[in-house]
Ligand binder design. Sequence first.
Ligand code: ATP
Ligand code: ATP
Ligand code: MG
Ligand code: MG
Ligand code: MG
Length: 270
Amino acid sequence: SSNMAKSKFEYVRNFETDDTCLRNCYIVVRLDGRNFHKFTEQHKFAKPNDNRALGLMSRSARSVMEELEDIVIAYGQSDEFSFVFKRTSTWFKRRASKLMTHVASQFSSSYVFYWKEFFGEDQPLLYPPSFDGRVVLYPSNRNLKDYLSWRQADCHVNNLYNTVFWTLVQKGGLTTAQAEERLKGTLAADKNEILFSEFNINYNTEPAVLKKGTTLIWEKRDETVTKRMKLPNAEEKEVAVTRSRRRVQAHHCDVIGEQFWEEHPDILED
Ligand code: ATP
Ligand code: ATP
Ligand code: MG
Ligand code: MG
Ligand code: MG
């Protein structure tokens, strides 16, 4: 503490490097599951998309938004989630390592904590999973939107590939090696055509959560509760009390076009 003389060891603190994030930039922390190729196999995830796992990812991301400060939007797909801190945030003096490690550990512990809520008793968690994290700064609204568009485009490309791949395996009777061979060099239109003409699947009608990923934002809701109130010299009576609550809301919509941003003008700052 301050009134004690500094120990002779204290100088080692000066070896810490300054990782303050540049002011005015959005701070994005992206997490990605470590070695989830193996993790998903060992935990018998449905292929290509295990909905229990997607639910658990979103639940963990919601916990991050609720427990940490200043996250205005989060976007997730597959084994990854990105968290965007508002550009004026001063949480932990904008120290990158503090923000990133708090996001990663809150997410990881939530993933374990809520596992049973999504996987029940049929699939126990076999070992502690982990997530890597990185910090990227985006100085403009355009850059931030393009970042989220990039992740959503990645979601689409991977999901289309995985959908055809696993359809060829599960319904077409191909081995994984044959399915891979079959898809070499194919374009999006070819993949849509395989799904439609050979398996009668219209990719457009696949669930939005798979095609678009999950976007979490804060939403204001008016909540009305009735309270029993006792005023002095009056009878006790029921009174309706309305207050504005914010809660995390999940969307599975397009974030590449402008519509989403026009419908939610409060997310981005000038
Ligand atoms: P790394 O440690 O480098 O990230 P990784 O094995 O996690 O390695 P990724 O590129 O992150 O590699 O791929 C994630 C893997 O997890 C993919 O194989 C993907 O299909 C699988 N996966 C993620 N979420 C789900 C899900 N909900 N259902 C089924 N499989 C999933
Ligand atoms: P910050 O988020 O800034 O780290 P903090 O409350 O965690 O805040 P620390 O300086 O990390 O502050 O202090 C850790 C606190 O936890 C101390 O009050 C310490 O006494 C308490 N603590 C840690 N381990 C134990 C333990 N094994 N038994 C009892 N108390 C503990
Ligand atoms: Mg991974
Ligand atoms: Mg990944
Ligand atoms: Mg502490």
